[in-house]
Design a protein around this ligand. Structure first.
Ligand SMILES: Cc1cc2nc3c(=O)[nH]c(=O)nc-3n(C[C@H](O)[C@H](O)[C@H](O)COP(=O)(O)OP(=O)(O)OC[C@H]3O[C@@H](n4cnc5c(N)ncnc54)[C@H](O)[C@@H]3O)c2cc1C
Length: 522
């Protein structure tokens, strides 16, 4: 017999989006469901948080950089919300006494990354920003015991819907099935990098939130836009350690096996956009060459990049002496569950925030370091909206709950080996739905993924990841142009008639629903 919990709000995912939302919902009974404390990308974030707080910076300048990076698809109004309210959310963080890096006079040290026109990246403990910030928010939440959320270990398997409203979630923990019933459900499940063979993302990033939402009729958007980071350390570990752009910013260079500079022919050299550098490396790797980051000239590598140095050390590498083998890797998903600027999806009772959501703020390519800001701004906004919604806890038929429990318990018992499934999904996505895509490759990928889906049962937890992968492959097939992070070798140019976001609804047998105006009608 399973456990049934009741809460005002259940938040699925304990990354920075989930925790930020919980912070703004302290007056409600909140449960945070997540398989582990540190499973998400928030703990791995390296570079920092972008915020227009420098003396020579402005909201307009940060918005302009965000819009430019998004290759014609950014919703400017939402970008403005991000930047303006981002500064307020930074004040929340400053009040939590996070050890942000400061100069000798105590001023915040502001760094710069690709496509930012100003120095505006705030970081903590060098390249350990994500962990420092996420832990601090979690600790702050736990300080007031009476108002702290309840953390529940578990993985969401299905959203409970009654009379068209999402009112809970079925989850699994160590083979046991449980249910949380709530007035509102917030998806904060992060990205999709784990669907790819090479990824910088943690083990939880399998697009499950997206698949859960699609199954209950939520609209998804911009799924084809997956950002590949050019320089992950090529190692036999998962996730791959990230060698951030800041390292190239300090003088490291991408080289081939003979030590020749790979980006020499490009006007911005090693600091060209992520998509450009990733494609240059993909071309070399495709031709059977090895590619390396040469960071030997970077001064004080260990002090500047302690997390990267630690990862290198574990593999017996030393940045001061060795060439570092690198590979591009799936890193960030610009698409996801379509929401408005309050985190609302089109399904009553369901909100989404953070990387799982698609608000239109990133367009076809995310501006580096805007995503931690996004988790805090839209986590807070979703929380306020949920808090203001007046719905009562719905009475759900216990017969139905028991049916769901039984079905999932049997499904889990009969489940296929998830490691094998994920490996097959990963290879297909990497090869055919990765950095370069083509008609033939995408059709092949769709067939492979369809075949895989047929191999697993309807109540097999691995099915969510397969469905998420299928949705991305279909979206990539539909967008017949090259834009931002989406590169179609058979349609190498940007198509002005496709300067719009593409939405999809109805799960896998989807009704194609395109909208002419960027950011319109959600
Ligand atoms: C290596 C790396 C470096 C990065 N560096 C930066 C940076 O410097 N600056 C920046 O702005 N961004 C950076 N990013 C991106 C940024 O970290 C993420 O976009 C952001 O942290 C996402 O936060 P989130 O709360 O939406 O998701 P996450 O932090 O990924 O959290 C998702 C949570 O959901 C849980 N979950 C998933 N599926 C389920 C399920 N079925 N049931 C229950 N729980 C589930 C996961 O276990 C996890 O707890 C980086 C990302 C990576 C991977």
């Amino acid at each position: 017999m399973s456990v049934i919990w009741h809460a005002d709000v259940v938040i699925i995912g304990s990354g920075l989006a989930g925790l930020s939302a919980a912070w703004h919902l302290r007056d409600q009974r909140v449960m945070v469901l997540s398989p582990s404390e540190e499973g998400g990308s928030s703990y791995l974030a390296r570079g920092g948080i972008a915020a227009a707080i420098g003396n020579n910076d402005s909201v307009e300048a940060h918005v302009a950089d965000t819009v430019r990076a998004g290759a014609g698809l950014v919703d400017r109004d939402v970008a403005e919300v991000l930047v303006r309210e981002g500064m307020e959310r930074m004040i929340d963080l400053f009040e939590m006494a996070i050890p942000f890096d400061r100069d000798a006079e105590g001023r915040l040290m502001l760094g710069r990354e690709a496509l930012h026109g100003r120095n505006r990246i705030v970081h903590a403990a060098g390249d350990d920003t994500g962990r420092q910030v996420t832990r601090a928010v979690r600790e702050a939440l736990m300080q007031d015991e009476a108002r702290a959320p309840r953390f529940l270990p578990g993985r969401a398997l299905e959203l409970v819907v009654d009379e068209g409203r999402v009112c809970g979630v079925v989850f699994e923990n160590a083979g046991q099935v449980g249910v949380v019933l709530a007035k509102g459900v917030l998806l904060a499940t992060g990205g999709v990098g784990g669907l790819y063979q090479h990824t910088t993302n943690g083990p939880g990033a399998l697009g499950e939130g997206m698949a859960l939402a699609a199954r209950v009729g939520a609209r998804l958007a911009d799924l084809e836009f997956v950002q590949f980071h050019p320089t992950a350390l090529l190692a036999y570990v998962r996730p791959l350690p990230l060698l951030s752009e800041a390292i190239r910013g300090q003088g490291a260079m991408l080289v081939d096996g003979e030590g020749r500079a790979i980006m020499a022919g490009h006007p911005q050299g090693d600091l060209a956009g992520r998509d450009v550098v990733a494609r240059a490396l993909w071309a070399r790797v495709g031709a059977g060459e090895a590619v390396f980051l040469d960071a030997r000239a970077v001064p004080g590598f260990e002090t500047q990049f302690p997390r990267a140095a630690e990862a290198l050390g574990r593999l017996g590498l030393d940045a001061a002496q060795d060439l570092l083998p690198v590979t591009p890797a799936a890193h960030y998903h610009m698409g996801g569950v379509a929401t408005d600027a309050k985190g609302r999806t089109n399904v009553p009772g369901l909100w989404a925030a953070g990387e799982v959501a698609s608000t239109g703020v990133h367009g076809a390519n995310r501006l580096a370091s805007n995503s931690l800001l996004e988790t805090m701004v839209f986590g807070a906004r979703a929380a306020w909206d949920i808090g203001a919604s007046t719905s009562a806890l719905q009475t759900v038929s216990m017969t139905r709950i028991r049916e769901l429990e039984r079905a999932w318990s049997r499904g889990i018992e009969a489940a296929v080996d998830p490691g094998d499934v994920l490996e097959r999904v990963g290879r297909t996505m990497w090869q055919f739905v990765g950095i370069e895509r083509s008609e033939a490759g995408l059709i092949y990928a769709a067939q492979k993924l369809d075949g895989l889906r047929c191999e697993v049962g309807v109540y097999d937890p691995a099915r969510l990841a397969i469905e998420a992968a299928q949705a991305i492959a279909r979206a990539a097939h539909r967008r017949r142009e090259t834009r931002g992070a989406h590169c179609r070798v058979d349609f190498p140019d940007r198509d002005p008639t496709l300067a719009r976001r593409l939405f999809v609804q109805g799960g896998l047998a989807s009704r194609v629903d395109e909208h002419p105006a960027v950011g319109a009608t959600r």
